[in-house]
Design a protein. Structure first.
Length: 339
């Protein structure tokens, strides 16, 4: 039996510029950190050559079936796609779960993808680098399963930690952000996260990709601004200027809303404006938008008022902390008495 663990993430700036349609021509950059909310994969080899998958997030289970005969239904398309892509033909029981709901803007699907690729390589006794882990996972999601998405989430889950990640046509560069421990602690304390409901609009990223391909000025200009702000945010962190960090989150959110009309809505705008009036300096929706988690930068002395206002709308705070590691195998047992 083998247990895999992979973190989810919060992206602070540059989201959208990790789309290959954008970065292959203009270059992309994100600033992000993994957090202590995880995806989990429990894998147990079977004595036959059948596959059985349990997904608690999607409340899905398939009867033991040969991989080639499995219908890739909602909730198991990712593990089935990865197993087929990696040509894993042995019998296997998989149990999948996550600390966060699907489509909640914290990169849970890519966290699970990275986790699964890592687990399968361990089952095959094959080593894989962090970059290879990220690229393989992204290749399955974007090119094999045809999911509309950027590349940052797989790299964040594979590498872990607080990073600046730069994207170009032929290279991805992951650079740990050098932060004073006192600043990191203060930033951790001053960030708040609220779950406002899973994203229901699946066309946001599809429309964004099409707009980039069509060179839509509104979208391209906003992506350029978001990338510039990501570099400024990176500088603010290094300088321990956290008030400036909060201000940039606020500016970033204004431009992110130009990516698509579906990024925000009346409810989200109302919650965001209420948080700002209650003392938050800035914030954004994590992920593509349209739902998910609302991230806020707010000094501790003012957080109780923000929580009180959010609770009036039955929006609960989600506690989290920064996490320094990427995907890993946290428990491994040998099969048949040998390693």
């Amino acid at each position: 039996m083998l247990l895999g663990l992979s973190p989810t993430r919060i992206s602070f700036g540059g989201g959208g510029t990790d789309m290959p349609e954008y970065y292959e021509k203009f270059g992309g950059m994100v600033v992000s950190s993994t957090i202590n909310h995880f995806s989990y994969v429990i894998a147990n080899k079977r004595k036959d050559n059948k596959l059985q998958i349990f997904s608690s997030d999607f409340e899905t289970h398939n009867a033991p079936t040969k991989l080639d005969d499995i219908t890739s239904t909602s909730g198991i398309e990712l593990p089935v796609g990865i197993l087929k892509f990696l040509k894993y033909k042995k019998g296997l029981n998989l149990i999948l779960s996550s600390d966060v709901p699907p489509k909640s803007g914290l990169g849970s699907s890519s966290s699970l993808s990275v986790n699964l690729v890592n687990v399968i390589h361990h089952l095959n006794n094959k080593k894989i680098s962090k970059s290879e882990l990220a690229e393989t996972s992204h290749n399955v999601e974007r090119n094999y399963l045809k999911w509309p998405m950027g590349k940052q989430d797989e790299y964040i889950a594979a590498f872990g930690g607080f990073n600046k990640i730069e994207f170009s046509k032929n290279k991805v560069q992951v650079s740990p952000v050098k932060i004073k421990q006192k600043t990191l602690k203060e930033l951790d304390d001053n960030l708040m996260l609220f779950f406002i409901g899973s994203r229901t609009n699946s066309s946001i990223l599809i429309n964004q990709i099409n707009d980039i391909k069509d060179r839509e000025p509104r979208v391209l200009n906003s992506l350029d601004k978001v990338k510039d702000l990501a570099f400024k945010l990176y500088d603010n962190i290094k300088k321990s200027d956290l008030t400036g960090f909060g201000d940039i989150l606020n500016e970033n959110w204004k431009f992110k809303k130009n990516f698509s009309k579906s990024v925000s809505n009346n409810k989200i705008d109302k919650l965001y404006n209420l948080a700002i009036k209650s003392g938050a300096i800035g914030g954004k929706l994590t992920g593509a938008g349209g739902g998910g988690h609302l991230l806020l930068y707010c000094e501790k002395s003012k957080q109780s008022k923000v929580v009180e206002k959010m609770n009036q709308f039955k929006i609960k705070e989600v506690k989290f902390s920064f996490y320094t590691d990427g995907a890993k195998i946290v428990n491994m047992y040998d099969y048949g008495g040998t390693k």
